[in-house]
Design a protein. Sequence first.
Length: 461
Amino acid sequence: MAPFLVRVATIVIGGFPVFAGAADVCGLAGRGLRSEVELGAAEIAEAYAKAPGEFFLNGSGSSVERACNWTCSTRRVITPVVKAFDFLPFNCHSTAAPGTRRPVGLDTDSEMGLAITDADYRAATNAVFRSGATGVGDLMRVPAWLEQASTNGSVKTLTDEIVKHPGATWLKFSSTSVDNDEDGAARILIRLVDSQSRFEQWLQIAISDRTGNLGRNVDFLAVQLVSDASSPLKQGRPMVAFRGFSRTANGFVLEGKGSNPRGDLSKCYSCHSSGIRTVIPAVADTTAAGGGNAVRPVGTIPLTGADNITELSQKIGLADVAPPGYTASRNGPALGPSQRSNRDQFVAKGLAARPPRTAVPGCAAGLSEPRRKAIVANMDCQQCHDGETDRGILNAGTSLRTLQHKVVENTVAPMPPTDVSALDPSLKLSQSERRILFQCLKAEYAEILQEWLSSDLLAVP
């Protein structure tokens, strides 16, 4: 049996399946409904507060099962649990009720975490800019010359080929946040521009720290710039579509469930909620992901001046993850809201125990009042992550490892941003204060998440 899969018995009530051992929340009312939802929301909040890395409510070592196994025996999910039924598929590793909510994540048909299967997502993206009835459309078609040039693993062979193609550019650099599976932090980033200006394609191929040759992992992101019948643009904003490949001696092989060689997909939007992450190459010998030294950035994508890599990656701006599947609101409220009552008291004193949740210590209790105020000022994530720029909304779908890296580890991207600290130098945090800030953000968001999940209980008589 595959890991984390649960075999459950079913019974039928009113023509709809109810899974034995799981609570039918849509069949509850009054005090019973309120009690079940409040307990589930509290357990989810406690799991978030204690999550060491990726946030999964069950599986992967977490013991939270209650809400992940909620079922609904009615045709319509009742209002008090609509938010939870939207939220849970994207944050549960598995569910005991696949007929109620699609299981998503590793070892499911929706490893990317979307509301549709990975196969349906591929079919939808393959249809964009397609000239015939079948096959892969131009948006998602990796050029055959690029695959061929990568097969022998030589970085030089690949870069020599890239420069032969008009508009194709590349950059070799190391990531300070993501370590490729078994290969290290170095990678080559390739930008391809459609001759008809319909889209851009960005490919990132791992470079092995051990051999200096190309590794297995290939990340592919396509940016749709103009509307297409199969994928119209919303409000004129670009769309992004993801794909994962394994590089082999015969070309690129799709990753995902059943792939050979095995290559798991991931929740791409947990790091890429607004498309391409802004690329700010670190200088040589900066500490890269995994603890090694970063390589010196080189390539035909300029590091400074007009159309430099940072400017190019920012130009994409706010994008939508499409074709259909995911909207950011399904992963919960925004983290670090600009307006939050009693923040000063929360970071200083925390909260008393309120079963089933344990006491929350004052995350900044050991700091002086002026430094606590600096922590509080830096908890306003939405001052930058407002969803209206290339910095997308942060929520429970955002990788906690990414958040920790940005807040605690990455000195290349200071906290707060330099334009903020320039106006008030007292807001600049030390390394130890950045660690405190991360813990404060996690603790506060657990409270926000619990409030959000149970907020519609006001409708319960």
